[in-house]
Design a binder for this molecule. Sequence first.
Ligand code: ATP
Ligand code: MG
Length: 720
Amino acid sequence: MDVTLILESLNDAQRKAVTAPAQPMLVIAGAGSGKTRVLVHRAAWLIDVEGVSPQSLLAVTFTNKAAAEMRGRIESLLGMPVNHLWIGTFHGLAHRLLRRHWREAGLPPNFQIIDSDDQLRLIKRLLKNLEIDDSRWVPREIQYFINAQKDEGLRPKHLDDDGDPNRRQMIAFYKAYEEICERAGLVDFAELLLRAHELWRDNAELLAHYQRRFSHLLIDEFQDTNAIQYAWLRLLAGKTVVPFAVGDDDQSIYRWRGARVEHIHQFQKDFPGTVVVKLEQNYRSTATILKAANALIANNNARIGKNLWTDGVDGEPIKVYAAYNERDEADFIVGRLRDWIDQGNLRADAAVLYRSNAQSRVLEEGLMNAGIPYRVYGGLRFFERAEIKDALAYLRLVSNRDDDASFERIINRPTRGIGARTVESMRAYARANNCSLWRAASAVANDELNARAANAVLSFLNLIEKMARDAADLDLSQQIDLAIHASDLINFFRKDKGEKGETRVENLLELVSAGKSFKPSLADEMSLVDEFLSHAALESGEGQADAWEDCVQLMTMHSAKGLEFPLVFMSGMEDGLFPHQRSIADPSGLEEERRLCYVGITRTMQTLYVTYAEQRRLHGMDKLSHPSRFIAEIPGEFVEEIRPRVQVSRRLFSPGPRAASKATEAELGIRLGQRVRHDKFGNGVILNCEGQGAHARVEVNFETAGTKWLVLSYANLDLM
Ligand code: ATP
Ligand code: MG
C-alpha cells in the first residue's frame, strides 16, 4: 500500500496524531480542522503501516451516515474493502453485541427495538392500565425521566425517592415500564446502551474476549458521549485497548440527552499519559464564515478556548434575509436554490438547516412545488410514517406474538370491527394474568366476548398465524409483500381516494423495495426479518430516500453535525425558535443553543444564508417574532442584509406626526404597507403603528370599513 497516500495532505499536527505510537490520544480542535480526517487516516495508518488487523479496530461515530462515510474513506485510502472492521454508532454497535449475546444479556432471541414514538405510546398505555390521569403525570416527562436514568446507567433498584412522593411515583413508573418491556421483549434506544454496558460489566469472560479482539478504539464527536456511553468505552478500554478520541467542546449539543463535555477532562484522568493534540487550521470555510463563527462562540463562558484560523479566501459575506412569513422564507430559499442549480452546481452540495423538525414541512412544500428533489434527514422519516409502522407491526407480531405494542397497533387496523371495549377487556385480562395481549385475546374471545366480537378477534389471531406459516419460505421482500396484502392494509389505503391514500400506498410499495435492497450484516446473529425490523427502528432517526438521486439536503442543525456543504441556509433564525424558547431563560441552555448555532455556521464552506420570518405559523399557530439574538452576535462587517421585496414608502402611508419608529416595526414583526385581514373589517393595509408590547397599536386602512386604529394584541389580524 501507498503510505504517502495516507500522509499526504495532512498538516504537521494532523500527521503527528495519525502516526503516533499506541498510546491514549485526545484530539481537541475546532470545527473543520480535520478531526474526522485524522481519525480516518489513523485507521488506515494502523492497518496499513502498523499491521493492525481491521477486526482489531472499533470505530464509533455519531450517525449512520457518518459511519458509512468513514468506512468508505478508509477503504478508498487502503484501496480495498475492510469488512471485519466494526464501525458504527453507539446504538448500532450495542445492538450488534446484544444480538450476538442475547442470552447473556437476558433478552429473548427475537427482541425488538422500539423508537421513541413507540416508547411514548407504551408509557401512555401503561398510565391507562394503571388508571392514572395523564394530565397529572405527563407521559413525555415520564419518558424523559426513564431515559435520563438509563443514560446515567441507573435501574429502578438504584434509585432512592429521597422521601419525595413525586419521585417515588416516577420510579414506580420506571419499574412498571421495565416490566412491560421485559415481558414483551422490547428494547428502547437508551436500553440498548445500558444493556450493552451491563453485558460487559457482568460477564468478565465476554469482556476479556472483546478486549483481546480489539486493540484500538477510535471515537469521533467525543464531546457528545453520555455517561453510559463513556462507561462502556472505558470498560472496553481496560488497560490494554488504546483509545483515540477526537472532539470539540464548542460543538457539544446533546447535553439535553445526557452528553457530558466533562468527559474530555475525565478521559485524561482515566487514561494517564494521554497525549493531547490541538489542531488550529480550518480547511473547510472561508475566512468570513470562520471569523463570524468564532465571534459568535466567544459569547460563551464555559469553553476550553481555541484559536482557529484559515489561510483561505475571505469569501462572500453572510447574507441575512428577513422574510415576511414562513412561506416567503421558503420561497426565498427555493429561489436561491434554483439559481444555484441553474449555475450547474450539485443539489447535494446545498443544505437547508432548521432548529426543529416541524419547520421542514413548509420548506418541503416549496421544494416540491418547484420540482427540486430533496431529501430530509431525520424528521419526516420513512420508517416513522404511520402506514409503514402499521406494516412493520404485522411483521413484528408475526415474529413475536408477545409484542403488545404491535398487537394494539394493528388489532383493528384495517378496521375489522374490534372495538375499544373489546380491546379494554383484553387489557384487563392481560393485567390480571400478567400475560401478553396475544394470550389474553384468545382467552377473552372464548370466555367473555359476544359471538360477533369473539369471531372478529379469533379471525385476527388466525390471520397472524396464517401469515406466519405462509411467510416461512419467503424471502424478505416477499414477506413484506405478504404482510401488506394479507393484512389488507394496502386496500385499506387504496380506498382512501385522496392524495394521502395514494402516498401511503406508494410508501407501502416502497417498503417492499426497501426489503429487496436490504443488505444484512448480522445474518449469523438473527433472522433477516428481525434484522430488517431493527434496522427500521435504528434508521428512523435518519432519513431514507433515494440515496442515488442528487438532491438538496434538509436537516435539523443537530443532524448536520460533522457534515459540510458549499451552500448552507440556516432558516427560522428567530428568538423562541432558535434559540429555542425553553432555553432562553437558562444560561447553560442558551450556551448550548449557541454551540448549536456554531455547528450550523461552521457547516458552510462558501456561501451562507441566514433567514428569519417576521411572522410564522408553526404547529398551527401564528406568531410574530424577533430575529434571533445570534444574528446580532455576528459582527456587522461579515453580514449583508438583503430584502428584495419592494419596500413601501413610509411617507405615503403615514403623513401625520405619528410616524412609526423603525424599532416598533421590527419589534412587532409587521411592516407598513403590509396587507392584513380582520375578521369583521375584512382586508386592509397597515398605515401606521405605535406603542410597544401589549400596548402596540396599528392603523389599518380597510377596503370597505375605512381607517381604524386597533390594539394589536386584541385585533387578531391575519397577515397576508
Ligand atoms: P467537524 O468539527 O465539523 O466535525 P472536523 O474537524 O472533523 O470538522 P473534517 O471534516 O475532518 O473536520 O475536515 C474538514 C474539511 O477540511 C474536509 O473537507 C477535509 O477534507 C478538509 N481537510 C482537513 N485537513 C486537511 C488538510 N490537511 N489539507 C486539506 N484539506 C483538509
Ligand atoms: Mg468531524
